[in-house]
Design a protein around this ligand. Sequence first.
Ligand SMILES: [Zn+2]
Ligand SMILES: [Zn+2]
Length: 359
Amino acid sequence: MRALVVRAVDAPLRVEEIELPAPGPDEVRVSVRAAGVCHSDLSMVDGTLAPPYPLVLGHEAAGVVLAVGDAVTRVAPGAHVVLNWAPPCRSCWYCGRDEPWLCERTGSPSAPRGRTSAGEALHVTLGLGALAEEVVVPQAAVIGVPAELPFEAAALLGCAVLTGVGAVRRTAGVAPGESVAVIGLGGVGLSVVAAARAAGADQVLAVDVSPAKAELAVAAGATDFLLADETLSRAVRERTAGRGVDHALECVGRSATIRTAWRATRRGGQVTVVGMGAKDDIVGLGALDIFHSARTLRSSVYGSSDPDRDVPELARAVLDGTLDLGYLITDRTTLDGAPEAFARMSRGEGARTVILPAP
Ligand SMILES: [Zn+2]
Ligand SMILES: [Zn+2]
């Protein structure tokens, strides 16, 4: 079978023949029908993270179960599933506190699985490696969804949408009538924009460095589009009676944009970091500013969500028409088109590209 493989930091991405093991007793084999190209995949390539190589990319996907191990009870062959890149163990201290997104046994950026056609040991992104024709994963990493849910929408529920909607509803707790700024308008940022409007925010100020994102932002529900330049702080204050927004959600993962989000927020407001940054990118904040501004700074890991509970709920919302994801998908291509999709993402173009890998 074929998969998108990277062999070193900044090396060209190539579609290669790989071999996956047969599913173990607790594992399932899934035919991937749609997979999103997410910014965290770029972090596996551009040196932000340091995973072992060769590595199969991809962690946002949906497909059909082909085969299951003897001990699998969650799904049967033929089931339509969304892949979960952080399946909680349900037994650690955090899982016991109902905070499965902080599970002590998940979150590793890669896992060893399978071999290349030359026999080299292979690793897969976030335990999945979903930019591939098939994956073999633990049963805990699949979530059943209705067969009538389109695969493209189902794929996005597994990362961008769960993260974006969860950040607004569960982490930040945006309330009706509040004002929200969203910094960075990739797939996650646009999901945050839509979720903030759905939560009843009066003002959703969408911010990006690229003017080409204005149309996408408005389609997702933004009330204003603002360019991330030196006039941004003033532009935010002009729209919020001089105070700043109640909530700023940072969807980039850089110290500069975290400071931008901090400055855009009113005294006593909340800054939620949704983007995953690099460990040597240090955020500088003044000690007096921290005290005087009385702001809260927190992060949202996987949308503070429980995917087993929240993915089926989001699937129902897509099917009953209350959650529209049409604005999120701006490109579709095959596995062979995936390297160009990564190039578009690193140039900041479009929202999500969905890869349709099945031959
Ligand atoms: Zn992702
Ligand atoms: Zn756990």
